[in-house]
Ligand binder design. Structure first.
Ligand SMILES: C[S@@+](CC[C@H](N)C(=O)[O-])C[C@H]1O[C@@H](n2cnc3c(N)ncnc32)[C@H](O)[C@@H]1O
Length: 340
């Protein structure tokens, strides 16, 4: 079957495959092609949807993965094949909750889609139409389209289980690898700030590793703070994280510098970046996330370093696309090191 695919060197195949899976672009129903030293990973996307740094998009003839039963929730809908074209191939699973975005033309058939997902996803209890995140607390608007119960659930990630309320506090299962990466960057004895911590996936991952001397997690949303406290108590990690219900505006001015800082507030983080950078000790590091237009990607890291020269000496230790955000922009992770 003809489909677009991304050409990647074998050595980067698994890395890019995981990025594509997390972004909902990978097609698990087609087999990966081997072409000499390269792999071609089948995708449900067009060239413009794939960040150029992940590889070149081509069209190839892929073999379907042999499976028994439905290989996709779309197989459970008895619609004519042509009407299924508008159905998204990807959806998110947060604990027992499935979230899907639907184009406007499918909204009147949302309950059928919800029913198919409820049957398809093992362990699903509730299916929500994802209407996006809004407001300063980045809360998600959701509408129940199948199943029952509340929006509160327990999500498993990187060997941890934590409390999430899909409607009351921000959480994205697409950032699991970033949470793990940050925790891995923490060295024994580091002090850590998780700024804008939400339900605390970064802080929890760091606490579990046990390497940090001290972890402080800060957020303005009281619901997020309650959920983080509940997760820490369940995991018996409450003594390893200081949870602070406060706005950055009041926390940052008196914050002592620490060795590792993370802030994931992609649209507004730039507002706080200089005062956040002040809390990074010399020899320490900062993880910072931003939505960056593809045309600005190459130069954005050095532009941010320049912006920080008034605060100290920073350099870009790494810069990578986390997932596509729109046809022209991506969510990008920046790792800055401070040397002075
Ligand atoms: C995109 S979410 C990130 C949550 C978490 N770090 C994660 O990766 O799942 C941004 C968080 O920033 C918090 N926030 C926004 N503005 C804030 C501010 N001025 N002070 C403190 N927290 C803020 C919101 O409540 C929200 O939980």
């Amino acid at each position: 079957m003809n489909s677009p695919g991304v050409v990647v060197p074998r050595s980067q195949g698994e890395e890019v495959r995981l990025d594509l899976v997390a972004s909902g672009l990978f097609r698990p129903d087609l087999e990966i092609l081997h072409e000499g030293e390269n792999l071609v990973l089948p995708i449900d996307a067009h060239a413009g949807d794939v960040p150029p740094s992940w590889g070149t998009v081509v069209v190839r003839d892929f073999r379907p993965v042999a499976r028994r039963g439905a290989s996709n929730y779309r197989d459970l809908l008895s619609w004519p094949e042509s009407e299924k074209d508008a159905l998204p191939r990807s959806f998110d699973v947060v604990g027992e909750i499935v979230l899907i975005r639907l184009p406007p033309e499918l909204r009147d058939r949302k309950n059928q889609v919800g029913g198919a997902l409820l049957r398809f996803v093992p362990g699903a209890r509730l299916v929500g139409l994802d209407l996006g995140v809004h407001g300063p607390e980045r809360r998600r608007s959701v509408e129940r389209i199948a199943g029952d119960g509340t929006w509160r659930t327990r999500h498993r990630e990187n060997g941890l289980e934590f409390e999430v309320d899909v409607e009351r506090a921000y959480f994205s299962p697409r950032l699991a690898r970033e949470h793990a990466r940050f925790a891995e960057a923490v060295r024994p004895g580091d002090r850590v700030y998780d700024l804008c911590c939400g339900v605390g996936p970064f802080a929890l991952a760091v606490a579990r590793s046990g390497r940090a001397r001290e972890v402080t997690a800060v957020d303005a949303n009281p619901a997020a703070i309650d959920l983080l406290q509940a997760s820490l108590t369940r995991a018996r990690l409450e003594r390893r994280v200081r949870v602070v219900h406060e706005r950055l505006e009041t926390f940052l001015p008196t914050a002592e510098p620490v060795e590792r800082v993370v802030i994931n507030l992609p649209h507004e983080g730039i507002k706080y970046l200089p005062s956040v950078a002040r809390t990074v000790a010399s020899g320490g590091g900062l993880y910072y996330y931003e939505v960056v237009s593809r045309t600005d990607f190459a130069g954005r890291g050095s532009a941010l370093v320049k912006l920080l020269t008034a605060i100290g000496t920073f350099s870009v230790a790494a810069q990578r696309v986390v997932h596509p955000y729109s046809p022209t922009a991506d969510l990008v992770a920046f790792e800055f090191g401070r040397t002075g």
